[in-house]
Design a protein around this ligand. Structure first.
Ligand SMILES: [Fe+2]
Ligand SMILES: [Fe+2]
Length: 167
């Protein structure tokens, strides 16, 4: 992509308060995700894969942390939120592989654009439902402590409480 074409680009996703879920640790990670995605989208061809790789590393931590919060508060490990994390991360890794091995930068750029469209939907459905659940059970993301264990469901939660249609 030429420098002039890059200069005219705007990132697909920008942080807005609509993305805030009132859970400090989650919001901070989501702000970082938006920043790293912007860095990848605005990167020159020479830097694109480095930025995309950094985004993948951050996303693996981001998803891993949310998955752990779910496991610690009675979600099934195969609930649809955790499954969506797994699929998205696999797709991103496959994109990086093709970008690296076949120099398919257009694919990586397309993927960045699609991630920018996907993220608000994910944050405002699955992550929002998780944040609400964590607040209900008094989960402290710093210490992993559940302050209101009586609010934890007796059965493992199979759905995500988000947009997947499962409770
Ligand atoms: Fe998230
Ligand atoms: Fe998530």
């Amino acid at each position: 992509m030429t420098e002039s074409a890059l200069a005219e680009r705007t990132p697909t996703l920008q942080w807005s308060e609509a993305l805030s879920l009132e859970l400090t640790e989650m919001d901070q990670t989501h702000r970082e995700f938006v920043d790293l995605l912007t860095a990848a989208e605005m990167a020159t061809d020479a830097d694109l894969l480095t930025h995309f790789s950094a985004l993948i590393d951050h996303t693996a931590d981001h998803f891993g942390r949310e998955d752990a919060w779910m496991r610690e508060t009675h979600f099934s490990s195969t609930n649809c939120h955790a499954m969506q994390h797994q699929v998205v991360l696999e797709v991103m890794r496959e994109g990086l592989k093709r970008g690296t091995e076949q120099a398919d930068l257009a694919l990586v750029r397309q993927m960045c654009h699609e991630l920018g469209l996907w993220f608000p939907q994910h944050a405002q459905s699955m992550d929002a439902a998780l944040a609400l659940h964590l607040r209900r059970v008094g989960y402290d993301a710093q210490t992993g402590q559940v302050h209101m264990p009586e609010a934890l469901p007796k059965e493992l939660i199979q759905g995500c409480g988000g947009s997947c249609g499962e409770a």
